[in-house]
Design a protein around this ligand. Structure first.
Ligand code: AMP
Ligand code: GLY
Length: 416
């Protein structure tokens, strides 16, 4: 099978790495990709938001499966364009991607499907904002309605800061504060059959101890030794299947990856958000543990044949990923700095630890930073302690001037 992956981050590197290890994959392409992905896939330049350009590329390459990684192309309808060209595509339609593209739309679907989530108000005026903030009280949760790369949410006990964020957005969702640990659970679906993957936990804040601003994600681990073993079954029954069924009922079936961001509260599981794609950095740890070859799973979702898929097989290993980010991320990151130590990790730590590239490029012979999140250093081990040790040992070999990373990824879960 010839597979084309669209995107250029660590999630796409993780997808390409798994696909490159799948014996059914005869050719692997990525567009536009990055310096790390170039080692496992043939790169092609493309504007990932341009459906006509992506489908033309897929046709030209003879792709038999296109995997759309990030949310922006999905919301722009890139999967629709590829599907119209007659090529199976892993990723929802523009309409179904509204589950991520609009928080208000997601709330409406959840209400109709009876999916447990935070109570909320959609507000467009200052008066509505004031009323909603008063109704819930602190801590306040104010979310930009549209796509914001994980940075549109403000959680604060400062009413003035909550109002300022609302005023800076056109439309916001203001909701009840959910207390409790967060879990990311991904499911692959063809619009009808839903196949859950293994849960992971992401670290959204920039600094150790969950301090600092929200980011796209600074690290992740899987499995979650502290979670109820029945969690996946419960979320399947109360969240994933009802949501997929409701989307089909509306005439906008959701196929691809349904990402449930959950809070495990004292009153039960609640959905914090849906995403319409694999999460980053959770994908890095979930795929590190998936033993079933990936291409057939994604093709089953694209073709509507997931009901025929054998149950997924998982490694008993644990996996940890640590994100190395640029100076000043999540503000305006500094780019163009040389990265050192990549060869040492490949020589000394493989196959248990490896570097997935997020925002990198080439400058002459050297690999340089090209984005906010630069690398996602991933490792597996018999348990979280070993996976963590290996990941941080590899992180220590990497040099990037001014870079930052959290030192407490998976620390609590590993009992460290
Ligand atoms: P989101 O973009 O919706 O995932 O929100 C980003 C982060 O904000 C989440 O991972 C949570 O840490 C936090 N958050 C979002 N909604 C809530 C909520 N209702 N209560 C508490 N924290 C929240
Ligand atoms: N890990 C958060 C996200 O992918 O949105």
């Amino acid at each position: 099978m010839k597979v084309l992956v669209i995107g250029s981050g660590a999630r796409e590197h993780a997808l390409c790495r798994s696909l490159s290890l799948d014996p059914d994959v005869t050719a692997l392409y990525c567009a536009p990709g990055n310096a790390g992905i170039a080692e496992v896939a043939e790169l092609h330049p493309v504007d990932a938001l341009d459906g006509a350009a992506v489908s033309a590329l897929a046709v030209r390459l003879g792709a038999e499966l296109v995997v759309v990684g990030p949310e922006a192309p999905l919301v722009a309808g890139v999967a629709d364009a590829v599907r119209e060209a007659g090529i199976p595509v892993f990723g929802p339609s523009r309409e179904a991607a509204q589950l991520e593209g609009s928080k208000a739309f997601a709330k409406d679907v959840m209400a109709a499907a009876g999916v447990p989530t935070a109570r909320s108000y959609v507000c467009t005026t200052e008066a509505e904002v004031d009323e909603a903030l008063d109704a819930f009280g602190p801590p306040y949760v104010v979310k930009d309605d549209g796509l914001a790369a994980g940075k549109g949410v403000v959680v604060t006990s400062d009413a003035a800061a909550a109002k300022a964020h609302a005023a800076a957005c056109e439309r916001v969702v203001i909701e009840e504060f959910l207390d409790g640990p967060e879990v990311s659970l991904f499911a692959v679906t063809d619009g009808e059959t839903v196949v859950p993957l293994q849960p992971a936990q992401d670290f959204k804040r920039a600094l150790d101890g969950d301090e600092g601003p929200n980011t796209g994600g600074m690290g992740a681990y899987s499995p979650l030794p502290w979670a109820d073993p029945k969690l996946v079954d419960e979320v399947m029954e109360t969240v994933l299947q009802p949501t997929v069924d409701e989307m089909r009922r509306r005439g906008t079936p959701f196929s691809g990856l349904l990402y449930a961001g959950l809070a495990i509260t004292g009153r039960g599981v609640r959905v914090i958000e849906f995403n319409a794609r694999f999460g980053d950095p959770e994908t890095q740890v979930v795929l590190a543990r998936l033993k079933t070859p990936l291409a057939g799973v994604l093709l089953g979702a694209a073709n509507g044949t997931l009901a025929d898929l054998e149950p997924l097989r998982w490694s008993g290993d644990a996996a940890v990923t640590v994100v190395i980010a640029s100076h000043n991320y999540p503000g305006t990151p500094r780019t163009g700095d040389p990265i050192t130590g990549l060869d040492e990790v490949a020589a000394l730590d493989a196959p248990h630890a490896y570097v997935l590239h997020a925002g990198t490029g080439r400058n002459g012979g050297s690999v340089v930073s090209a984005g906010g999140r630069v690398l996602s250093v991933t490792a597996t081990g018999a348990d979280l302690v070993e996976a963590r040790d290996r990941a941080y040992r590899a992180v220590a070999r990497i040099g990037l001037d001014g870079s930052q990373h959290r030192t407490d990824i998976a620390a609590k879960a590993a009992g460290a």
